[in-house]
Design a protein around this ligand. Structure first.
Ligand code: GLN
Length: 288
């Protein structure tokens, strides 16, 4: 039997999966790619690994394996990513939703009433990307009115498509930060803005994701400074602003919130135990 190679399409499932190691791709990633192409559960691959692989599937698989070997994230190759129990469509126009961001969603859920209110509880998600945060909140709090903003038309199209596909009535608005909601006030504002410093050594590992969703000035805080400066005038009395940030930015974000008169300032940790989200509550309107 000849060794499987990248030039001859693999004849069986087993031969296809054997290509993972020499390509430097995780075997699990290879299994996920192959099971997606075959539209079979991953467990099925194992019991059918001597089955013949149709040549066109073999060719598509080796092409995907090559892209994965170049570092392209699995989520972009598959076109979807699971987030907070929802299956979201993702493209290279949007940041891939991270499990760490579920911390922000869980905190926000604590602040949104579970039952209907009059008028409806107003939530704003700034820099929504794929719509992950806004859609997770709308899914869990169907009575809330959720608005999602993004400055990228391509990203907003992904968010809007996800909302339609999931049947979630999130309103999507195009524009930079608060621009499209000028003059409006919300009960809760959430955001996972770009927060990586320009030139950060981790950026090369994120090269496939949109840079505008990742970096924000020399210290990574430019957008957080802008959001914290403008949030109070877009919040109701006692409204909350909850922000995701870098592992070493909690104190800086807490100081920015304090400087804008926010109270009840607190920080939440992500799954890895890093300080990942910081937020606070606005003062009553009369004290601003
Ligand atoms: N958490 C992402 C990362 O470091 C960055 C997301 C962001 O900048 N908002 O991989």
């Amino acid at each position: 039997m000849s060794e499987p190679s990248a030039t001859t399409p693999p004849a069986t499932l087993a031969a296809a999966l054997l290509l993972a190691r020499p390509s430097g791709v995780d075997r699990l990633d290879a299994q996920i790619l192959l099971s997606t192409l075959l539209q079979r559960p991953r467990a099925w691959l194992l019991s059918h690994d001597q089955d013949a692989l149709p040549i066109e599937v073999a060719e598509r698989f080796t092409a995907l394996l090559q892209r994965r070997a170049q570092g392209e994230p699995l989520a972009y190759l598959l076109g979807d990513k699971e987030f907070h129990g929802l299956s979201l469509r993702v493209t290279p126009d949007v940041l891939i939703p991270r499990p760490d961001t579920e911390t922000l969603v869980d905190w926000a859920l604590e602040r949104i009433p579970t039952t209907a209110t009059t008028p409806p509880f107003e939530v704003l998600d700034l820099g929504t990307g794929s719509g992950a945060i806004a859609l997770a909140l709308q899914h869990r709090r169907p009575h809330a009115h959720v608005t999602a903003v993004d400055a990228s038309a391509a990203a907003l199209a992904v968010a809007h498509g996800n909302a339609e596909r999931l049947g979630l009535p999130v309103q999507t608005l195009l524009g930079s930060w608060f621009t499209p909601v000028h003059g409006q006030r919300f009960d809760l504002i959430v955001s996972n803005p770009p927060y990586i410093a320009q030139g950060d050594p981790h950026l090369p590992a994120l090269a496939f994701e949109p840079e505008q969703a990742l970096t924000s000035g020399p210290d990574g805080l430019d957008d957080i400074r802008l959001i914290t400066a403008q949030a109070a005038r877009h919040l109701q009395a006692g409204g909350w602003l909850l922000l995701e940030h870098g592992w070493d930015q909690a104190e800086a974000v807490a100081q920015l919130l304090a400087a804008q008169g926010f109270t009840h300032i607190g920080t939440r940790q992500d799954l890895g135990g890093q300080a990942r989200c910081t937020g606070g509550k606005t003062r009553p309107l009369t004290q601003r």
